[in-house]
Write a protein that binds this ligand. Structure first.
Ligand code: TMP
Length: 233
């Protein structure tokens, strides 16, 4: 099923497939933080993130959000459309956490009047710096209408996913998306998992995401498994 290795990232590998317009995405147990400075493994993370991404992307498709997912191959691999990726990471925030604490001085968990959408330059060498619309236009990473569509799609994902997760006792604090084009159409690529979201327990506000790894909070595997258990409800 898998062809030649096309790309290896920190948490996934991408292989060619027997279809020109599709590739195989393989989820690894490897975890990194702080732009690769901290490295480790989270047992069964690849299996859980593959399962979570499939479940969540199906749900988004049911809500008319186009995604790259085509089919499950096995417990670590998905067949996905070959997108022409846009070189941006699109972050949506519902509460203050992570780098927004540093940027605003606000306390972690502070609520926001309205969600914040941020764009980051997907560039490991530079450590994925924050960009505004003018930077994106000047660097020719996307045009004005694409920026508008990315923002709208990211907010739609937030509107669909926030209640889906809340019904499962999870607060969607913030998350990161990556988009690309398939035959001209903008689609959600990459993954949605505890690697790319902040998820807090609705009652205790316990962290159930990669912050447990980033900050050495312990029970990392258990948190990923708990999210998968709840999403299956
Ligand atoms: P931040 O607060 O560190 O900027 O992260 C915002 C969100 O983006 C958070 O849910 C974690 C996610 N994220 C990634 O998926 N990949 C990354 O490289 C970083 C820095 C954050």
């Amino acid at each position: 099923m898998s062809g030649e290795l096309l790309y290896e990232g920190k948490a996934k590998r991408v292989y060619g497939s027997d279809q020109d317009d599709a590739v195989v995405m393989e989820f690894k147990d490897d975890a990194t933080a702080f732009n690769g400075e901290k490295r480790g493994q989270i047992a069964q993370k690849g299996v859980i993130n593959r399962a979570l991404t499939t479940r969540i992307y199906r749900y988004l498709e049911e809500h008319r959000i186009p995604t790259h997912v085509l089919a499950e191959i096995d417990d670590r691999r998905l067949l996905v459309r070959r997108l022409e990726m846009i070189g941006l990471e699109v972050v949506v925030r519902n509460r203050v956490a992570g780098s927004l604490c540093q940027r605003t001085g606000l306390e972690e968990g502070t609520g926001l009047q309205s969600p914040i959408v941020e764009f980051y330059f997907k560039n490991d060498r530079l450590g994925d710096p924050l960009l505004n619309d003018d930077h994106i236009l000047a660097l020719n990473l996307a045009d004005e209408s694409t920026i508008h569509d990315l923002r709208a799609l990211a907010l739609r994902v937030n509107r669909v996913l926030t209640p889906f997760l809340f019904e499962r006792d999870l607060i969607l604090v913030d998350f990161k998306l990556e988009f690309g084009r398939f035959q001209g159409q903008l689609m959600l690529g990459d993954e949605i998992s505890p690697d790319t979201c902040r998820l807090w327990d609705r009652v205790s506000l316990n962290k159930l995401d990669k912050d447990r790894f980033r900050r050495d909070l312990g029970d990392v595997e258990e948190a990923y498994q708990e999210v998968w258990r709840r999403v299956q409800r």
